[in-house]
Design a protein around this ligand. Sequence first.
Ligand SMILES: C[S@@+](CC[C@H](N)C(=O)[O-])C[C@H]1O[C@@H](n2cnc3c(N)ncnc32)[C@H](O)[C@@H]1O
Length: 225
Amino acid sequence: MNPLNDQQIIDSWQKNAAPWTTAVRENHIESRTLVTNQAIVDAVLAIGPKTVLDIGCGEGWLARELATHSIRVLGLDVVSELVEQACKTGGGRFEVMSYEDLAAGKLTERFDAAVCNFSLLGKESVDGIFNIMPTLLHTGGYFIVQTIHPVMSCGDQVYQDGWREGSWHGFSNDFTDPAPWYFRTIESWVRMFHEHHFHLTEIRDPMNPYTGKPASIVLVGRLNN
Ligand SMILES: C[S@@+](CC[C@H](N)C(=O)[O-])C[C@H]1O[C@@H](n2cnc3c(N)ncnc32)[C@H](O)[C@@H]1O
């Protein structure tokens, strides 16, 4: 097995549930409060769904936010501590479920839209989500992904798909054991949507007003009929 792999991502999030909940709820992550939280909310509201599946929901902030717009959300996450936090705070239904179980067909409901907000981090786990996605959406449903901008996050390495070492740089010292992540080029993300029966209706580069650079990339795919 590759020393950098999908299981390490799960292991890392199991260890970092508490500091993550604090960081999100106390607004420690500037790019989120400044740009990317509003970017994903805007992208969801623009398509007007009544029901949303939030995949890798974390402590549940997006469900709470969408609930204020009368959207019914089911949030899924593999980390039970995060799901407990989400349930306690409310705003939607939340269940412990891994991407691997989701990809194996464990969820039988369909939604108007599915959202992954900075939660597609691995390789096989992400392939599995794309494979199952058409069965989780109503006809013409949307799949919205916000992720780290490939051009901005490439650094000095070659611009090609592959596993990268993780880091908690910029986060508090309470975070440990950073997870590796699977880098994908913009071309690869676009191909993932097209190969799994989606056409891209929009690609957004939400801008950080202070740096003048994209804070993320948001891809909006619509399921082909
Ligand atoms: C960066 S956090 C984002 C959380 C949330 N979407 C947000 O915007 O705050 C990534 C989330 O993906 C979840 N995750 C990663 N791999 C997973 C897997 N294989 N199955 C289920 N959840 C997973 C983690 O537990 C974590 O909550």
